[in-house]
Write a new protein. Structure first.
Length: 317
């Protein structure tokens, strides 16, 4: 008989925590990392930007579609993108993990490696967290950030006359989900975009420095998230259809699946691009591309017309 795989119950909580945190880089803002009742992070700005996301197995990820390293990377990315969307720089991550006692310890090892790798891409580390037993595998990540003396870029600052611009990919995660849903595992670049998003972290602070009037992480879909800006700012947003990029690779995948690539770009979530408004086209930083404008009124339109398809992801719908 082969060796029986070690589970989290075999390892024990505190030994597992040491395996997860031991030897990992913590980031420049970390003054005291894991090992005490709480971590200590420097906050010279005097303010801390904070956000939390919960990822549930079977809802936000599937281990038969994504290996634990990629699930860990995604769990970090979805939170770090929210920090960037406020115009802030990430400073640290706190991670809560709940899983069945029969979970192989190797799954948690790989998950933590993915978390650490994505955190390192944003130049931060995992500074603490908690673990618990659960019938369902759940990851809860809290990201912290610093505004570095700047005002936060909220959803409520867009003004008529502003231009609308985006940074990062659109529609790729939705395309990857559609491919996986059909039982395929390729094209690898498209499937990989769903498994591990690539938020443009540096574009958030860049937008803030350029004078962005509002910004949001595109997690639920471009139209849905721009609608949040329109509502919070009491304005209307009109997109120019010809300026919204649809990558040729998405067109090819959509053709093979009998789907609509443009629909993925407009409504697909989980790419974690950044959408922002700026006072003028000349103020838009190079990471962003202009796709529309802000006007008086309400709602989001494309070439002056409402989009009639599904507008994007909504929980419990």
């Amino acid at each position: 008989m082969g060796d029986v795989e070690e589970t989290v119950a075999d390892v024990g909580e505190f030994a597992l925590i040491r395996r997860i945190t031991g030897g990992r880089p913590k980031g420049a803002a970390t003054l005291l990392g894991p090992g005490d009742d709480a971590a200590v992070l420097a906050a010279p700005d005097g303010r801390v930007v904070a956000c939390t996301d919960v990822l549930v197995e079977g809802v936000h990820f599937r281990f038969d579609w994504s290996p634990p390293t990629q699930v860990g990377s995604k769990a970090a990315a979805v939170n770090l993108a929210d920090i960037a969307a406020m115009g802030a720089t990430p400073t640290g991550l706190l991670v809560g993990l709940a899983c069945p006692s029969t979970t192989p310890a190797s799954v948690v090892d790989e998950l933590s490696a993915g978390l650490a790798a994505e955190a390192a891409r944003a130049r931060v580390g995992v500074v603490g967290g908690d673990m618990a037993r659960s019938d369902t595998f759940v990851i809860s990540v809290t990201a912290l950030g610093s505004l570095d003396g700047r005002a936060p870029v909220t959803r409520s600052g867009a003004m008529p006359g502003d231009v609308v611009a985006v940074a990062g990919k659109l529609g790729w995660s939705a395309a990857g989900l559609a491919v996986l849903g059909r039982g395929f595992r390729s094209p690898v670049t498209v499937v990989g975009a769903h498994r591990v998003p690539a938020p443009p972290y540096a574009a958030g602070p860049s937008a803030a420095l350029a004078g962005a009037t509002s910004m949001i992480d595109v997690s639920d879909g471009l139209l849905a998230d721009l609608a949040h800006i329109a509502e919070a700012s009491t304005v209307a947003i009109d997109l120019v259809g010809g300026l919204i990029p649809v990558d040729q690779r998405l067109i090819e995948v959509a053709s093979a699946l009998g789907a609509d690539a443009r629909h993925w770009v407009l409504t697909g979530g989980e790419d974690h691009a950044l959408a922002a408004t700026f006072p003028s086209a000349s103020s838009v930083p190079p990471e962003f591309r202009v796709i529309g404008s802000v006007t008086r009124g309400a709602g989001v339109t494309i070439d002056g017309k409402a989009y009639t398809g599904d507008p994007g992801w909504q929980h419990w719908r």
